[in-house]
Design a protein around this ligand. Structure first.
Ligand SMILES: [Zn+2]
Length: 81
């Protein structure tokens, strides 16, 4: 019983951490709490709202950045969103 509690808690923490990294903390907490390991997996596969992919080198960069820190390619194409 204790083992399952720890097991569940680990996935809950993973889900929260992923949610935090993707700028979607509340979804991470809820999914991790309700679904445990499945929620963590769903968070892992969910869309990253905090980062975008550089069209030039496919590096994950912050959505507010104008230039890619890796290749200096201009990434801000859309002003909305
Ligand atoms: Zn780049």
């Amino acid at each position: 019983m204790f083992f399952w509690f720890c097991f569940y808690l680990v996935f809950f923490c993973i889900s929260v951490a992923i949610g935090y990294q993707k700028g979607n903390l509340i979804a991470g907490v809820l999914l991790g709490y309700v679904l445990g390991p499945v929620g963590a997996l769903l968070m892992y596969m969910s869309k990253d709202r905090k980062h975008i992919e550089c069209p030039e080198c496919h590096q994950s960069i912050h959505k507010n950045s104008y230039y890619c820190p890796k290749c200096q390619h201009k990434v801000r194409l859309k002003t909305a969103q």
